[in-house]
Design a protein around this ligand. Structure first.
Ligand SMILES: Cc1cc2nc3c(=O)[nH]c(=O)nc-3n(C[C@H](O)[C@H](O)[C@H](O)COP(=O)(O)O)c2cc1C
Ligand code: SF4
Length: 494
């Protein structure tokens, strides 16, 4: 408990929470038109992957329970985790790449509708990602993965000062490479192979020598549109296209995208595929559904997009007709930490990842509302361009006056709170009822994110620290943590 108290000292001080009347009169808790729908209030729970789907990507009782719990807090909008648009194995992440997923997702929609008494709008984030492999052992990399071509035979001969390796049997060449020191390996391998050796192989949108990568621009609009159509059939109120972080669409937008087929290079070409995806999805989505996207206000990597790029994209997206733009930051593979052998790189381990989910350990100005200036710059440009798309901000927002001030200053239209809502799914509701003192405040030290990194069911460290009656075996994850936040016996709203 002492440690927790120490961590609490690092949180944004809250002089006082609003009274019920102040909450009722606030911008945060006032309604807002969002495209074809209306939000009851401007509170928003951004997408969070909880690792609770089946290995085939289906909705489970634990997925239902996860979203039911968020819905009880009745945010204005709740966004379902990144959900894969392809029908390919991708571990316990939700999928919507086939019609067989619709009925499970429909149960999710019904669960949220019931738990929020129809008050929260439910959106779903849809994603495409490229292949990434685990970091190989030295034995497997040189024993199997590396293509031992003439170039490598020559390099090995030069390195070892012995020309016999140019014509030696392949198994012998491979064995010899396995005996090289790390320094020799660095001298032997081409940069891309050295990276695969050190980090694990990762596909890039610039690998246009591979037909399935070259053809992404012709394939992705259809895949996104079909997935969005299924989301509409499942009953969601809207769809969010995942154009952020380390995944395919963000990589098309990235300044590191040098494709020369009209889909890379200058900003106008990097934004082309996202706009084509938008058009394809819009054409299949019923007009009463919201369509938004999440993208980066700054990639925070060397040579990557800065706010100027993001402003350009934001205006292009708004002009195209997105109902909302949700602004995130960082979360890239390029600066991720080297994974352990047998593990895959994780895009939230380097400086850009720390910006994506900032903790109390991050440098000035601290984690609280750190990304707001990005959203503010994009919103300003979107308004100056005469567009009305709403802007969602997130990153360390966890208290009422902080959120209210952001809205009052016109820096964003909607307040996203991911980890604070994880720590206490009822926090919006408690605040609205003038019971802010009862909010369980997120500590912003990323225990939850560590579980995400390990691909284990995500929970909050605070859920286990409360003295509550035993909830029985079913309420625990396999490693004995609580599956969901403890229930709050809510007073009736008048
Ligand atoms: C466990 C976990 C899973 C996440 N999964 C997603 C995701 O699926 N899609 C996404 O866009 N962001 C994801 N995020 C990022 C959050 O949506 C959010 O942008 C980030 O945590 C910063 O906001 P916060 O300070 O309010 O938590 C995830 C964050 C966490 C902690
Ligand atoms: S585990 Fe995550 S949600 Fe819980 S207190 Fe820590 S950072 Fe916040």
């Amino acid at each position: 408990m002492e440690l927790i108290d120490k961590r609490r000292e690092k949180l944004l001080p809250i002089a006082r929470w609003p009274s019920r009347d102040e909450a009722a009169a606030s911008i945060l808790f006032s309604p807002l038109r969002l495209g074809p729908t209306e939000l009851r209030e401007r509170t928003w729970v951004p997408a969070m992957v909880p690792w609770r789907a089946t290995d085939d990507g289906f909705v489970t009782p634990e997925v239902l329970e996860w979203y039911r719990r968020f819905a009880q807090g009745r945010p204005g909008a709740l966004v379902v985790e990144a959900t894969g648009i392809r029908d390919v194995p991708s571990g316990p992440l939700l999928r919507v790449g086939h019609d067989r997923y619709i009925s499970g997702l429909n149960r999710l929609v019904e669960t949220v509708r019931q738990a929020s008494a129809g008050q929260s709008k439910l959106f779903i984030q849809i994603i495409d990602f490229l292949a990434i492999r685990r970091r190989p052992t030295k034995e497997s990399f040189f024993g199997r993965y590396l293509n031992v071509d003439l170039h490598y035979r020559r390099r090995l001969s030069e390195l070892l000062g012995d020309s016999q390796w140019q014509g030696a049997d392949e198994p012998l060449v491979r064995k010899s490479m396995q005996r090289l020191s790390e320094e020799e390996i660095a001298a032997l391998l081409r940069p891309m192979h050295l990276e695969s050796y050190r980090f694990g192989y990762r596909e890039r949108v610039t690998d246009v020598d591979k037909p399935h990568i070259r053809d992404l621009p012709s394939v992705l609009p259809g895949l996104f549109a079909d997935a969005a159509r299924r989301c509409a059939e499942a009953g969601f109120d809207g769809v969010e296209l995942h154009f952020a972080h380390a995944y395919t669409m963000a990589s098309f937008l990235s300044a590191l995208n040098t494709r020369s087929d009209g889909y890379g290079g200058p900003r106008e070409q990097r934004v082309r595929l996202p706009l084509e995806v938008y058009a394809a999805v819009r054409s299949k989505l019923p007009s009463n559904l919201v369509l938004g996207c999440r993208f980066l206000g700054d990639e925070v990597i060397s040579g990557g997009n800065r706010i100027e790029d993001a402003v350009f994209f934001g205006v292009a997206f708004a002009k195209a007709g997105f109902d909302y733009l949700s602004i995130s930051k960082g979360g890239k593979f390029e600066d991720a930490k080297q994974p352990k052998v047998g593990a895959a790189a994780y895009p939230y381990t380097g400086p850009s990842g720390h910006e994506c989910m900032p903790t109390t350990h991050i440098g000035p100005p601290g984690p609280f509302g750190r990304n707001v200036p990005l959203a503010a710059a994009i919103r300003r440009a979107v308004r100056e361009a005469g567009c009305s798309s709403l802007v969602v901000t997130s990153g360390g927002i966890s208290s009422f006056w902080q959120a209210e001030d952001i809205l009052r200053r016109g820096e964003a239209d909607l307040i996203g709170a991911a980890r604070q809502s994880l720590a206490d799914p009822d926090w919006f509701r408690k605040t609205r009822l003038g019971m802010g003192e009862r909010v369980r405040r997120c500590l912003f030290t990323n225990y939850c994110e560590g579980l995400d990194q390990a691909h284990r069911p995500v929970t909050c460290q605070l859920w286990d620290r409360l003295e509550l009656p035993d909830e029985g075996e079913l309420a625990r994850t396999p490693d004995r943590r609580r599956w969901t936040a403890p229930e709050w016996s809510q007073p009736e709203e008048q």
